[in-house]
Design a protein around this ligand. Structure first.
Ligand code: PLP
Length: 431
């Protein structure tokens, strides 16, 4: 780093000068946070209803997590997977204790956890359902097909964008990985028609996040489980966004009486520290034997120490109670705002995770609400172009929910007022 780079004041404009233009961040730069509040470079305060896209599960600068991180930082940062480390073993133990899992693989992100899950499903098929004429020493199977769903999101690696059900993310990167079919979400008949002995896995988000916090029906998930059993396909739940207590239970599958064969977690698991995890059974895990898959940073001691601290907090009964109480408060508050402003056709909530569907008149304009929210000191998210998404800290206080709702009220009023002004403004005449 040059001396200039170290001391130069950086602004939002600097971002555009030095960053690859794949993001279009908001106009302010946050510099610190505490709980569900954030401050920008000019010390303006914001209520954080976005939670870094369902990542900041325990709020900003959570003291217990800061302590776990700094304690570990003074001990051991990294050894790579040529050696085991205590935080990773402890975290895996805890995840196995709390879920269906018997084995855990750590990654650094949701996409990598899914990449591992999809590779494992294909490898498992090679091990258990090999081609009859596979030459000695080769691993081949006809059981390679993966069923996924329209509008799903599974990450941005080439495999995961191909499996994801949003063509805009996989276009222009061809040739893509073959053997993947996308079916309508919640359409069990479509799956029943498509699934066969050639299917190695079905991957589904129990609640689709990026497409607007849309839940799978319990009958759909149960039906997928039965179909996977009948056709010896693995059922993968992508709980990267729905997990880590976002909906209340540690993972959403726990509330729907369907157990997957593989589950992926990330986002809220690290509370802001990059970590992902793939959970599975002992039998399936065997297909990832020594050398078959890996990651330099996966299971890094810092990330695992942080996730362990996060896990302790998000599984505490007091947190579960807060999720329930704040969900009710936010739901009621949003409904009251909507009764007043009439902007949404639907306000869906799965725990502290909201999808507010804009009226047709406002379709395509969700991002404008995010911009308006900045002005009023509120951080919110979109999901697509028609849905406003909220995913605040699971520890958010009643006071912060109330303050956020007050800001939201001003945002909605300002959107309507701006629209009205634009509609009545005299037409600009050009000569
Ligand atoms: C965010 C997300 C991912 C990708 O996670 P990254 O950490 O961005 O790679 C995968 N699946 C779902 C459901 C997600 O919400």
């Amino acid at each position: 780093m040059t001396q200039k780079a170290k001391t130069q004041a950086v602004t939002r404009a600097t971002f555009d000068e030095v960053m690859v233009p794949n993001y279009a961040p908001g106009s302010f730069i946050p510099v610190r946070g505490k709980g569900a509040r954030v401050w920008d470079q000019s010390d303006k305060e914001y209520v954080d209803f976005a939670g870094g896209i369902a990542v900041s599960s325990v709020g900003h600068a959570n003291p217990e997590v800061v302590q776990a991180l700094t304690e570990q930082a003074g001990k051991l940062w990294h050894v790579a997977n040529v050696l085991a480390n205590e935080p990773a073993i402890r975290l895996a133990l805890k995840l196995c204790e709390l879920t269906f899992a018997e084995r855990v693989f750590f990654a650094n992100s949701g996409a990598e956890a899914n990449e591992a899950a999809l590779k494992l499903a294909r490898r498992y098929a090679c091990d258990h359902f090999p081609k009859s004429d596979t030459p000695e020493g080769k691993l081949e199977s006809d059981k390679v097909e993966i069923i996924s769903f329209t509008d799903s999101f599974h990450g941005r690696t080439l495999f995961t964008v191909t499996v994801g059900g949003q063509p805009k993310y996989s276009q222009g990167f061809g040739p893509v990985i073959p053997g993947i079919t996308h079916l309508p979400f919640n359409d069990l008949n479509a799956v029943a028609r498509q699934i066969s002995a050639k299917t190695c896995a079905v991957i589904v988000e129990p609640i689709q996040g990026e497409s607007g916090v849309l839940p799978a029906t319990p009958a759909f998930l149960k039906g997928l489980r039965d179909l996977c059993n009948q056709h010896s396909a693995l059922l993968i739940f992508d709980e990267v966004q729905s997990g880590a207590a976002r909906t209340g239970p540690l993972f959403a599958y726990m509330d729907c009486a369907v157990t997957p064969d593989i589950l992926t977690s990330a986002k809220g698991l690290g509370g802001g520290f990059p970590i992902g995890a793939m959970l599975t059974t002992e039998k399936i895990a065997k297909s990832f034997n020594v050398g078959v898959h890996g990651s330099t940073y996966g299971g890094n001691p810092l990330g695992c120490a942080v996730a362990l601290a996060v896990l302790n907090i998000i599984t505490a009964p007091s947190t579960r109670a807060n999720i329930v109480a704040r969900t009710e408060q936010l739901r009621t508050g949003m409904q009251t705002l909507n009764a007043k402003h009439k902007l949404f056709t639907d306000i869906r909530a799965s725990g502290l995770w909201f999808g507010c569907e804009l009226m047709p008149k406002w379709h395509g304009r969700a991002k404008e609400f995010v911009k308006m929210a900045e002005k009023h000191g509120l951080m919110i998210l979109v999901a697509g172009t028609n849905v406003i998404r909220l995913a605040p800290s699971l520890l958010i206080t009643a006071e912060d929910v109330a303050l956020g709702l007050t800001c939201f009220d001003a945002v909605l009023a300002d959107m309507i007022a701006t629209e009205a002004t634009a509609a009545t403004a005299p037409a600009v005449t050009t000569q």
